[in-house]
Every structure is written in C-alpha cells, then in structure tokens.
Design a protein around this ligand. Structure first.
Ligand code: COA
Length: 167
C-alpha cells in the first residue's frame, strides 16, 4: 500500500536506499553502491513536510519510497528507491504516479529528476514513463546546483541527465 511516510518509517528508508544502491555494483559503479545514504534528519524533513511516500508490505513495513522536492517552481523527484527484493514489480512506477498526481493537484506543471543516462533502470526507464532529457542549456539554476553537487560527489564518472515530464 502506498501512503505518506511516518516518523517510524524513516530508519527503514536508509536500509532500502543502501540495498537499492548496492545493485549499482553489478554495473561496476562502486562509488554509487558505496555512497553515503541520506542523513536521518534530512529524511525526517521530507517526512515532516509531507513529501515522502512509502510502499509497504503486508505488515506495513516500507519496501520502497519516494522523496519529492520543489526546485525552481517544479516538483522534483529527489529519490526513488525500491528494495531489490521487490524491484521490477511496478512499485517504482506506482510511486512516481502517486507523486505526479500529488504535484499536479498542488498546481505544479512539471516533474523533474536527475539520473544516470545509460543505466537501464534509470534514464531509459524514466523515458518509458514519459520523461524527456532537458538539454543542458535549458537546465534551470536550482537543477544546475543539484548537478554540481552530484559532480562533486563523484557521480559524473558516468553520464548523468536532467529529465522532465509535463504534469
Ligand atoms: C529505479 C527503481 C526505483 C525502479 O523501481 P521498480 O519498482 O523496480 O520499477 P518498475 O518495476 O516500475 O520498473 C523497473 C523497470 O526497470 C527495468 N529494469 C530493471 N532492472 C533492469 C536491468 N537490469 N536491465 C534492464 N532493465 C531493467 C525493467 O524492465 C522495468 O522497466 P519497464 O517497467 O518499462 O519494463 C528501482 O529499480 C531502484 O530502486 N533502483 C536502485 C536505485 C535507483 O536507481 N534509483 C533511482 C535513481 S534516479
């Protein structure tokens, strides 16, 4: 079931992020696999602001989550992670659709994200969900800042793109 995250969910989200990122090791992307998970206070901020959704198992334990930001006046997917034990069952897609619907109801016109261009379950997947790559000269300042932050974290060792989808 998809629902808004509660305070008690937050620690599990770090475990999901670590497990989901570990899959990048198979692609030779150790920097991603071994990266720091989002600090708990930061996760709590999304939870408090009502922009963190979880998908849960039969005992209401999160197995996937999505964090939404607002960047340059658009809704922005900061993170979507599905525990590998439940990947490939449409959970990522459903979370993205819930966030898109919420953003649309809030009056946002566009949904954005940054991702790896060549990882099969990243940009090619988002393209199938209706996202298009934003040309580099059309990337707005807040999104450029995110890209700079990602570059300084070593993520630009592999091509990354900014994508958007109209709502
Ligand atoms: C990306 C992610 C959120 C997708 O969640 P999910 O629940 O597995 O997504 P879905 O079941 O909706 O779809 C997975 C898609 O990826 C594709 N996919 C997954 N692994 C793949 C692989 N190794 N090779 C090719 N395609 C792959 C599937 O074919 C599917 O595409 P389709 O639905 O268009 O056929 C999840 O895989 C994940 O958490 N990955 C690790 C963290 C990550 O990359 N987060 C996003 C950073 S921008």
């Amino acid at each position: 079931m998809i629902r808004l995250a509660q305070v008690d969910d937050v620690e599990v989200l770090s475990d999901i992020e670590r497990a989901a990122d570990a899959v990048f090791r198979n692609e030779g992307m150790e920097t991603v696999a071994d990266g720091e998970t989002m600090p708990i206070p930061e996760l709590l901020r999304y939870q408090r602001e009502g922009r963190a959704w979880v998908d849960t198992d039969e005992v209401d334990r999160p197995l996937a989550y999505l964090l939404l930001d607002v960047i340059d006046g658009s809704a922005h997917i900061e993170q979507v992670s599905v525990h590998p034990s439940h990947a490939g069952r449409g959970k990522g897609r459903q979370l993205i659709e819930v966030a898109a619907e919420w953003a649309k109801q809030q009056g946002y016109a566009v949904l954005t994200l940054t991702t790896f261009a060549d990882v099969p379950w990243n940009a090619p997947y988002y393209a199938r969900l209706g996202f298009e790559i934003i040309p580099s000269d059309h990337i707005t300042p807040g999104l450029q800042e995110i890209r700079q932050h990602e570059a300084s974290a070593g993520l630009d060792a592999w091509p990354r793109v900014v994508m958007s989808r109209p709502l």
